[in-house]
Design a protein around this ligand. Structure first.
Ligand SMILES: Cc1cc2nc3c(=O)[nH]c(=O)nc-3n(C[C@H](O)[C@H](O)[C@H](O)COP(=O)(O)O)c2cc1C
Length: 180
Protein backbone atom coordinates (compact mmCIF):
# COMPACT_ATOMS: atom_id res chain seq x y z
CA UNK A 1 0.00 0.00 0.00
CA UNK A 2 1.35 3.46 -0.85
CA UNK A 3 2.06 5.71 2.06
CA UNK A 4 -0.02 8.76 2.82
CA UNK A 5 1.48 12.16 2.01
CA UNK A 6 1.29 14.57 4.91
CA UNK A 7 2.29 18.23 4.57
CA UNK A 8 3.63 20.12 7.57
CA UNK A 9 2.50 23.65 6.72
CA UNK A 10 4.46 26.59 8.15
CA UNK A 11 1.90 29.26 8.97
CA UNK A 12 4.22 32.26 9.27
CA UNK A 13 6.29 33.94 6.59
CA UNK A 14 7.89 36.93 8.34
CA UNK A 15 11.65 37.39 8.42
CA UNK A 16 13.00 36.01 11.70
CA UNK A 17 10.06 33.63 12.16
CA UNK A 18 10.50 30.60 14.39
CA UNK A 19 8.06 28.34 12.51
CA UNK A 20 10.84 26.49 10.55
CA UNK A 21 12.34 25.33 13.88
CA UNK A 22 8.97 24.02 15.05
CA UNK A 23 8.17 22.42 11.69
CA UNK A 24 11.53 20.62 11.54
CA UNK A 25 11.02 19.33 15.08
CA UNK A 26 7.59 17.92 14.16
CA UNK A 27 9.02 16.41 10.97
CA UNK A 28 11.85 14.77 12.95
CA UNK A 29 9.32 13.09 15.24
CA UNK A 30 7.07 12.17 12.31
CA UNK A 31 9.83 10.68 10.15
CA UNK A 32 10.79 8.26 12.94
CA UNK A 33 7.30 6.72 12.73
CA UNK A 34 7.75 5.46 9.15
CA UNK A 35 3.97 5.52 8.61
CA UNK A 36 3.72 8.28 5.98
CA UNK A 37 5.70 10.59 3.73
CA UNK A 38 6.06 13.83 5.64
CA UNK A 39 7.23 17.06 4.04
CA UNK A 40 7.57 20.67 5.10
CA UNK A 41 5.35 22.96 3.05
CA UNK A 42 6.47 26.58 3.35
CA UNK A 43 3.85 29.12 2.30
CA UNK A 44 6.67 31.64 1.72
CA UNK A 45 8.00 29.54 -1.18
CA UNK A 46 4.82 30.06 -3.21
CA UNK A 47 4.84 33.86 -3.26
CA UNK A 48 1.05 33.84 -3.19
CA UNK A 49 -0.52 37.14 -4.22
CA UNK A 50 -3.06 38.58 -1.84
CA UNK A 51 -6.37 37.02 -2.82
CA UNK A 52 -8.20 39.03 -5.46
CA UNK A 53 -5.33 41.39 -6.24
CA UNK A 54 -3.98 39.38 -9.16
CA UNK A 55 -5.47 37.43 -12.03
CA UNK A 56 -5.83 34.22 -10.03
CA UNK A 57 -3.71 32.52 -12.71
CA UNK A 58 -0.36 33.28 -11.08
CA UNK A 59 2.15 30.45 -11.10
CA UNK A 60 2.29 30.51 -7.29
CA UNK A 61 -1.44 29.91 -6.94
CA UNK A 62 -1.31 27.01 -9.37
CA UNK A 63 1.73 25.52 -7.63
CA UNK A 64 0.04 25.95 -4.24
CA UNK A 65 -3.09 24.12 -5.41
CA UNK A 66 -1.00 21.36 -7.01
CA UNK A 67 0.99 20.92 -3.80
CA UNK A 68 -2.17 20.70 -1.69
CA UNK A 69 -3.75 18.29 -4.18
CA UNK A 70 -0.76 15.96 -3.77
CA UNK A 71 -1.29 15.76 0.01
CA UNK A 72 -3.63 13.48 1.97
CA UNK A 73 -3.42 15.37 5.24
CA UNK A 74 -1.82 18.29 7.01
CA UNK A 75 -0.14 19.40 10.18
CA UNK A 76 -0.51 23.14 10.61
CA UNK A 77 2.29 24.93 12.46
CA UNK A 78 0.26 27.80 13.88
CA UNK A 79 1.52 30.94 15.59
CA UNK A 80 -0.71 33.44 17.35
CA UNK A 81 -0.88 36.94 15.86
CA UNK A 82 -3.38 39.27 17.54
CA UNK A 83 -5.31 36.31 18.96
CA UNK A 84 -5.69 34.65 15.56
CA UNK A 85 -3.75 33.04 12.74
CA UNK A 86 -1.38 34.99 10.50
CA UNK A 87 -2.66 36.88 7.50
CA UNK A 88 -0.30 34.75 5.39
CA UNK A 89 -1.96 31.52 6.53
CA UNK A 90 -5.47 32.90 6.05
CA UNK A 91 -4.55 34.01 2.52
CA UNK A 92 -3.07 30.59 1.78
CA UNK A 93 -6.21 28.88 3.12
CA UNK A 94 -8.38 31.14 0.94
CA UNK A 95 -6.19 30.53 -2.13
CA UNK A 96 -7.46 26.96 -2.64
CA UNK A 97 -10.75 25.20 -2.17
CA UNK A 98 -11.23 21.69 -3.59
CA UNK A 99 -7.60 20.81 -2.85
CA UNK A 100 -8.38 21.08 0.89
CA UNK A 101 -11.63 19.11 0.84
CA UNK A 102 -12.11 15.76 2.60
CA UNK A 103 -8.68 15.62 4.22
CA UNK A 104 -7.54 15.58 7.83
CA UNK A 105 -5.37 17.96 9.82
CA UNK A 106 -3.59 18.33 13.11
CA UNK A 107 -2.53 21.58 14.71
CA UNK A 108 0.68 22.40 16.58
CA UNK A 109 0.51 25.94 17.91
CA UNK A 110 2.61 28.38 19.89
CA UNK A 111 2.22 31.72 21.59
CA UNK A 112 2.02 33.24 25.04
CA UNK A 113 -0.94 30.96 25.82
CA UNK A 114 0.23 28.13 23.58
CA UNK A 115 -1.37 29.71 20.52
CA UNK A 116 -4.71 28.34 21.68
CA UNK A 117 -6.78 31.27 20.44
CA UNK A 118 -5.25 31.11 16.97
CA UNK A 119 -5.77 27.35 16.82
CA UNK A 120 -9.45 27.68 17.73
CA UNK A 121 -9.93 30.26 14.96
CA UNK A 122 -8.24 27.89 12.53
CA UNK A 123 -10.63 25.08 13.49
CA UNK A 124 -13.59 27.22 12.41
CA UNK A 125 -11.98 27.92 9.04
CA UNK A 126 -11.08 24.26 8.49
CA UNK A 127 -14.71 23.26 8.98
CA UNK A 128 -15.69 25.47 6.06
CA UNK A 129 -12.94 23.90 3.91
CA UNK A 130 -14.08 20.34 4.76
CA UNK A 131 -10.87 19.59 6.58
CA UNK A 132 -11.36 17.28 9.57
CA UNK A 133 -9.19 18.64 12.37
CA UNK A 134 -8.21 16.12 15.03
CA UNK A 135 -8.63 16.59 18.78
CA UNK A 136 -5.07 16.19 20.12
CA UNK A 137 -3.36 19.56 19.89
CA UNK A 138 0.19 20.15 21.13
CA UNK A 139 0.48 23.72 22.47
CA UNK A 140 3.92 25.28 22.89
CA UNK A 141 4.66 28.20 25.19
CA UNK A 142 6.76 31.14 24.04
CA UNK A 143 7.98 31.36 27.65
CA UNK A 144 8.90 27.77 28.49
CA UNK A 145 9.49 26.10 25.10
CA UNK A 146 11.63 28.87 23.60
CA UNK A 147 14.69 30.74 24.87
CA UNK A 148 14.16 34.49 24.52
CA UNK A 149 11.14 33.66 22.36
CA UNK A 150 13.49 32.78 19.50
CA UNK A 151 15.43 29.55 20.10
CA UNK A 152 13.13 26.55 20.20
CA UNK A 153 13.81 24.20 23.12
CA UNK A 154 10.64 22.12 23.50
CA UNK A 155 9.88 20.49 26.84
CA UNK A 156 10.01 16.68 26.73
CA UNK A 157 6.34 16.37 27.62
CA UNK A 158 5.28 17.46 24.11
CA UNK A 159 6.68 14.36 22.40
CA UNK A 160 3.80 12.07 23.40
CA UNK A 161 1.28 14.70 22.36
CA UNK A 162 2.81 15.13 18.90
CA UNK A 163 2.72 11.37 18.35
CA UNK A 164 -0.88 11.14 19.58
CA UNK A 165 -1.85 13.97 17.22
CA UNK A 166 -0.10 12.21 14.32
CA UNK A 167 -1.87 8.91 15.19
CA UNK A 168 -5.18 10.69 14.66
CA UNK A 169 -4.09 12.54 11.52
CA UNK A 170 -2.91 9.29 9.91
CA UNK A 171 -6.10 7.42 10.84
CA UNK A 172 -8.41 10.12 9.51
CA UNK A 173 -6.29 10.88 6.43
CA UNK A 174 -6.47 7.21 5.46
CA UNK A 175 -10.19 7.04 6.09
CA UNK A 176 -10.94 10.21 4.12
CA UNK A 177 -8.82 9.08 1.17
CA UNK A 178 -11.45 6.42 0.52
CA UNK A 179 -14.09 9.15 0.31
CA UNK A 180 -12.23 11.19 -2.33
C1 LIG B 1 1.79 40.96 14.63
C2 LIG B 1 2.03 40.07 15.81
C3 LIG B 1 1.02 39.89 16.72
C4 LIG B 1 1.18 39.02 17.80
N1 LIG B 1 0.13 38.79 18.64
C5 LIG B 1 0.23 37.83 19.58
C6 LIG B 1 -0.91 37.45 20.34
O1 LIG B 1 -1.99 37.98 20.20
N2 LIG B 1 -0.76 36.46 21.24
C7 LIG B 1 0.43 35.81 21.43
O2 LIG B 1 0.48 34.89 22.24
N3 LIG B 1 1.54 36.15 20.71
C8 LIG B 1 1.46 37.14 19.81
N4 LIG B 1 2.55 37.47 19.04
C9 LIG B 1 3.84 36.82 19.34
C10 LIG B 1 4.05 35.65 18.37
O3 LIG B 1 3.25 34.56 18.71
C11 LIG B 1 5.52 35.27 18.37
O4 LIG B 1 6.27 36.38 17.93
C12 LIG B 1 5.80 34.08 17.47
O5 LIG B 1 7.18 33.78 17.49
C13 LIG B 1 5.36 34.36 16.05
O6 LIG B 1 5.59 33.25 15.23
P1 LIG B 1 6.70 33.32 14.08
O7 LIG B 1 8.03 33.57 14.77
O8 LIG B 1 6.68 31.96 13.44
O9 LIG B 1 6.33 34.44 13.16
C14 LIG B 1 2.42 38.36 17.99
C15 LIG B 1 3.46 38.58 17.06
C16 LIG B 1 3.27 39.40 15.99
C17 LIG B 1 4.39 39.59 14.98
Amino acid sequence: MTKLNIGIILGSTRQGRVSPQVGEWVKGIADKRGDAQYEIVDIADFKLPFLGEGTGQEQGIQAWNEKLASLDGFVFIVQEYNHSITGALKNALDSAREAWNNKAAGIVSYGSTGGARAAEHLRGILGELLVADVRVHPTLSLFTDFENGTVFKPAALHLNNVNAMLDQVIAWSGALKTLR
